[in-house]
Write a protein that binds this ligand. Structure first.
Ligand code: PCA
Length: 199
């Protein structure tokens, strides 16, 4: 038995857009306290521009994690999708949970257009697929709060040892209307476990 030494801060969002559940937080809640060499610290964050990233950064300031992995819902996607990149743009199609709906504004003023994830995204996709769970690399985290968090964290930790990643998960079966794709909660948790194990 190896002793869990590394620290992972893993987050999920609260429900947004009229939903009553957010699979990202439900899946994070299901995870064990330790995965491989990581000890997990779980945190629910608000679907609010700016505040979501501030909440992660405040927790990370205390914890000093080796890796920060944020999880979010991407309704309509059929598989688990690690995000390769975050862009410096807020462009909201729907209001966030405080009613903000920014358009054409940067996440961080006078900062780079984009950052690549510093998490091992390709290894994550492979590890999830190896569990028999659909996964693919995504090249857009959108322009809503998930992208906001990923961009803010990558900007903050740029040039440091702290790895930052983001994974989108599909709807749960109870959320999926008509023919929308969905995934069982246990499968999402298994996918996240596989992803964490290669960080
Ligand atoms: N998904 C949204 C924000 C919160 C969440 O779970 C997004 O993809 O931006």
């Amino acid at each position: 038995m190896s002793e869990a030494r590394k620290k992972l801060l893993i987050t999920g969002f609260d429900p947004f857009g009229g939903e009553t559940v957010n699979p990202s937080w439900e899946a994070v809640r299901l995870l064990p306290e330790e995965i491989g060499t990581f000890r997990l610290t779980k945190l629910q964050i608000p679907t609010v521009f700016g505040r979501a990233a501030e909440t992660v950064l405040a927790a990370a300031e205390k914890l000093q994690p080796d890796v920060i992995l944020c999880i979010g819902q991407a309704g309509g996607r059929s598989g688990v999708t690690p995000e390769a990149v975050a862009i410096n743009l807020r462009e909201a199609r729907i209001p966030d949970n405080t009613g903000n709906r920014p358009s054409d504004v940067p996440v961080v003023k006078d900062a780079p257009a984009a950052y690549f994830s510093t998490a091992p995204v390709r290894a994550m996709v492979q590890a999830i697929n190896d569990e028999g769970i659909p996964a693919a690399l995504s090249y857009s985290a959108g322009t809503f709060v998930c992208n906001d968090v990923l961009y803010s964290l990558l900007h903050h930790y740029h040039g440091t040892q702290t790895k930052v990643g983001f994974i989108h998960v599909p709807f749960l079966p109870e959320q999926a209307k008509e023919n929308a794709p969905a995934m069982a909660l246990e499968q999402m948790a298994a996918a996240l476990t596989a992803a964490v194990s290669v960080c």
